[in-house]
Design a protein around this ligand. Structure first.
Ligand code: SF4
Ligand code: SF4
Length: 439
């Protein structure tokens, strides 16, 4: 079957064999969970509980006060030990609710599903998704209720379900597709109703042909299309997926809304279905625990707030000599300095590596490999030079803000120059300057 793809990109070794055949397994709820009040794109939530309070499974413990935020819920029942700053996998410590699990999973009566979810209005669907604190589970953790609320001047015609999981090593989305195809499709249908889109396209890479065949054989009672994509990184980046499937180009600085599209990760679609049909908040997610430092790699269903150490212990503990741990995939993931950090809504993987040595950086040899492979059509070597020398206006004019931080440039650089580090730094500086100017 013919496959579709986007221009440029790379094909790093996949390394998915360690976990792809391992079904999702529920990690037993830990004795203690640490649930950050900020684990999404946008503003932190305000705490609704205090030390000593009893909480129920699924109870809202952090309230989203503004549009760009996402409420936070308890992933266990038990007693609040503290509300205080705690390590966070994105870097700086964040205020978190620390709960001693009573092991009883007493369910909150706040949770209300609906018997006929497809009969709900777009507003009702969005409200349930918002109440459940659903965010994009592909890693960006963008509030889903906002994503399925197109601006009034934008008309959406297509929902793209992102089943690429193009990051090496990770297989949690693949297992969700193999085990929950119907729930995923039903979530996409709710997205279609909420946005007023006309069609749903499921895009799956051709290294997951069995998942593709499972989706093709589904008959959920509504229309959808399936499309096979070439296995290439970063096929799952929104703009690349839209280019591959619809031949539409999202304008520089624009969003998928601008070309009539909403892209949603398959795990997020399942979370949408769970939220609307069962009233289930986002308190658990699929996580791949793998890498050369893991004795027994697995795909796990992990409660939000579980410490990385608990997940690692369930997989045999990190081997002696493991010297690098990453949250997410090896290309875009974030290096961690401790295992005492909680799983958050955006944790797609916990990877440990046993033999990494720091790369020795050398001078640029002007080979242009970084340019050849950049999926956004940027000139990473030039961006790095501008940013290094504080020419931020020039860096912006050369498209620094369009960089999706995929790492293709750095991966292909023979001089081992940390291009993504420089470009990320420049982006942050440009955004900070813009905020200062508009304040
Ligand atoms: S410049 Fe940005 S978008 Fe281009 S390859 Fe590098 S990290 Fe990816
Ligand atoms: S790939 Fe590396 S060495 Fe080659 S041009 Fe880009 S920055 Fe320079």
């Amino acid at each position: 079957m013919k496959t579709k793809t986007f221009p440029r990109g790379i094909h790093p070794p996949e390394h998915k064999h360690g976990t792809e055949d391992k079904a999702l397994e529920a990690l037993p709820a830990p004795e203690k969970v640490v649930i950050p009040l900020h684990q999404h794109f946008g503003a932190p939530t305000a705490p609704l509980v205090k030390k000593g309070d009893e909480v129920l499974l699924g109870q809202k413990i952090g309230e989203a006060k503004v549009l760009f935020s996402a409420s936070v819920h308890s992933s266990v029942s038990g007693k609040v030990k503290a509300v205080e700053d705690f390590n966070h996998p994105l870097g700086k410590p964040v205020q978190a609710v620390i709960i001693r699990n009573d092991g009883e999973d007493r369910i909150s009566p706040e949770l209300q599903g609906h018997d006929a979810p497809f009969s709900l209005s777009p507003d009702d669907i969005r409200q349930k998704v918002k109440e459940a604190g659903v965010v994009g589970l592909g890693g960006a953790a963008f509030p889903t209720a906002v994503k399925i609320t197109p601006p009034k001047d934008k008309s959406i015609d297509t929902i793209i379900l992102n089943g690429c999981e193009c990051e090496p090593v990770l297989t949690a989305d693949y297992r969700l597709m193999m085990e929950y195809p119907e729930d995923i499709l039903k979530g996409a249908e709710l997205d279609r109703i909420a946005t007023g889109a006309k069609k749903i396209i499921v895009g799956i890479e051709n290294n997951k042909k069995d998942a593709f065949e499972i989706f093709r054989s589904q008959n959920p009672g509504f229309a959808f299309e399936t499309s096979l994509l070439k296995t290439k990184y970063p096929q799952g980046a929104e703009k690349n997926l839209i280019s591959a499937l619809l031949k539409r180009e999202v304008p520089r600085g624009g969003l998928p809304f601008d070309v009539g599209v909403v892209v949603q990760n398959v795990g997020t679609a399942k979370a949408v279905w769970d939220a609307v049909s069962q009233g289930r908040p986002l308190i658990e997610r699929a996580v791949t625990v793998s890498g050369t430092g893991i004795p027994d790699p697995k795909n796990l269903l992990v409660r939000v707030g579980t410490l990385f150490q608990d997940a690692l212990d369930f997989c045999g503990g990190a081997k002696d000599g493991s010297n690098m741990m990453i949250m997410g995939g090896p290309m875009m993931g974030l290096t961690q300095w401790t295992t005492e950090v909680p799983v958050i809504k955006g944790t797609s993987g916990i990877l440990a590596w046993a033999e990494t040595k720091p790369a020795r950086e050398r001078a640029c040899i002007s080979c242009a490999r970084c340019v050849t492979h950049c999926p956004m059509g940027l000139v990473p070597t030039q961006l790095m030079k501008y940013i290094k020398h504080d020419f931020l206006d020039e860096a912006e004019a050369w498209g620094a803000l369009d960089c999706v931080e995929c790492g293709c440039c750095q991966y292909s650089c023979p001089a081992k120059i940390p291009l993504v580090h420089w470009i990320r730094l420049g982006k942050n500086q440009i955004i900070a300057l813009k905020r200062k100017k508009s304040a």
